[in-house]
Design a protein around this ligand. Structure first.
Ligand SMILES: [Zn+2]
Length: 96
């Protein structure tokens, strides 16, 4: 299945101040939030089938852990998929 074009997302503070490269270095990791593209699976690749029509679902995006208050398991990631035919969605989390 053809992927959506990849759009990387940048973290900002609540006041819309962009977290700059200096701050990212202090976080020890560049977060991988994005829309589209190929999922950066932490564990094995998994492309779910639509629960309604059984077609392979399109990777819509991924949401990385957020430092501090929202570390998912051991630095996990949430993956979101959508069926282009029925618009059913599916998400799951993988972690180290
Ligand atoms: Zn479907």
């Amino acid at each position: 299945m053809k992927n959506l074009p990849e759009i990387r997302l940048r973290e900002t503070t609540q006041n819309n101040e962009e977290i700059n490269n200096v701050n990212l270095k202090t976080l020890n990791k560049i977060r991988k939030h994005k829309i589209g593209g190929v999922p950066d699976f932490i564990q094995s690749s998994f492309f779910p089938k639509c629960p309604k029509c059984n077609e392979e679902m399109l990777s819509y995006g991924q949401l990385d852990s957020v430092d501090g208050e929202m570390i998912l398991g051991d630095d996990g990631m949430i993956y979101v998929f959508v069926c282009k035919h029925c618009l059913k969605t599916k998400s799951f989390c993988q972690y180290h």
